[in-house]
Design a protein around this ligand. Structure first.
Ligand SMILES: Nc1ncnc2c1ncn2[C@@H]1O[C@H](COP(=O)(O)OP(=O)(O)OP(=O)(O)O)[C@@H](O)[C@H]1O
Ligand SMILES: [Mg+2]
Length: 366
């Protein structure tokens, strides 16, 4: 899958932009604050209808304007036109001119794998960041996932508020709570299995990729979940055991809404044990290992975006990463320094120079 053309109107610092991309490698070069991340963010927003760096959609609209438009021509066997419009009435997405109502279907269509320096939070930050990562990636792979996840979150809310009702009204019947608990387990098991399958697939290749970048092994991801190795009957028992605590706090303590993953290097937690560079390379290995999962499932490679790939990495690691890139995968790399690119032999690429929201194609000079 490739994005062949991108058109922007009032997106971030871009007033108007119309760019044709290279089918293989696109190098986005420019100084700090010029609009490199904004450009790749537009591709990401078109694919997922949401930004990776803000939950406030209106920030994406150019200052002093009131609407934005992103248009993209996506090629996969044939060419299709995607469009996202955001204004004070909300957000609309279209494929070939037709409005798309179901976001869960839409976001599984353009597949993007993004690495951004902020992704280090996947290792450093709280479990919710890691769950968010799992949710975003699996939603792109499987259009039923997001729907189940929304249902799950709704049931958790209903269960929590019913627990509070029961707490106030000691005589409230447990029948309704049992229905909710049953639902929670059924949907939870579905999501648990999707997450487990995804993590198992990642583990098939992450160590190999990490080794090729760092010459270190052994990296793996451990999945931690209340649902791990549990049958429905065992889970029902556990919810029963936890009922007193749930009632006391008016909160559902057990469930996949507390799932977590741990990156382990040689059985040590990378969060406490790994260097900055090792953590960054682990995330890059994670993203690269997703490529094959997408290919297996979709029969087409996702679009790979590596934002600010080179910062904080030594020359050797940069070389190793660039050598792992497959020319069949359309790739975008942003960097402030064109010299980084000279470190390996690359074929068939286009350099885009970004300067104050203007972009021009330039030829490469060493
Ligand atoms: N809604 C907006 N309207 C206008 N300008 C914006 C908007 N949002 C962000 N900007 C501007 O975009 C610029 C940041 O662009 P971007 O993050 O793409 O930089 P960059 O080239 O990736 O820089 P770096 O190398 O530091 O990562 C900032 O100057 C910021 O003021
Ligand atoms: Mg940037």
């Amino acid at each position: 899958m490739q994005i062949r053309n991108l058109k922007l109107v009032n997106f971030r610092n871009y007033e108007r932009l119309n760019l044709n991309f290279n089918e293989h490698l696109n190098l986005i070069i420019g100084q700090n604050g010029m609009g490199k991340t904004n450009l790749i963010e537009a591709i990401y927003v078109l694919a997922l209808s949401k930004s990776f760096r803000t939950n406030v959609d209106t920030i994406l609209i150019k200052e002093n304007e009131n609407s934005l438009k992103i248009g993209g021509e996506i090629f996969e066997n044939s060419s299709n036109k995607y469009e996202l419009v955001l204004n004070n009435e909300g957000k609309k997405v279209k494929i070939n001119g037709t409005n798309q109502k179901r976001l869960s279907d839409y976001i599984s269509k353009i597949n993007v794998i993004l690495f951004n320096p902020d992704d280090l939070r996947i290792i450093k930050d709280t479990p919710s960041i890691r769950r968010k990562m799992l949710n975003i990636e699996i939603s792109q792979l499987d259009n039923s996932y997001l729907k189940y996840l929304q249902d799950y979150n709704k049931v958790v809310k209903q269960r929590n508020s019913y627990l509070k009702t029961m707490n106030i009204n000691g005589n409230a019947s447990t029948d309704y709570l049992d229905i909710l608990t049953n639902k929670l387990i059924d949907i939870g098991l579905f999501l648990f299995n999707k997450r487990k399958e995804f993590i198992e697939k990642i583990n098939e290749s992450i160590n190999n990729l990490f080794f090729k970048i760092t010459k270190l092994d052994d990296l793996k991801i451990k999945y931690i979940s209340d649902f791990n190795n549990m049958t429905k009957e065992e889970l029902l028992k556990n919810y029963q055991k936890g009922l007193e605590r749930d009632l006391m706090f008016g909160k559902t303590h057990l469930g996949i809404h507390h799932d977590d993953i741990v990156f382990e290097l040689n059985e040590q937690n990378l969060k406490e044990y790994g260097s900055e560079g090792q953590q960054k390379n682990a995330i890059i290995a994670l993203k690269l290992s997703e490529i094959n999962i997408f290919y297996e499932k979709k029969n087409t490679y996702p679009i790979l975006i590596l934002d600010d790939l080179f910062s904080e990495l030594d020359v050797e690691k940069v070389k190793n990463i660039l050598n792992l890139l497959n020319s069949e995968i359309q790739t975008f790399i942003t960097t402030t320094d064109v010299k980084n690119i000279g470190k390996v032999k690359l074929e068939d690429f286009t350099i885009f120079k970004v300067k104050e929201a203007q972009i021009e194609e330039v030829s490469y000079e060493k």
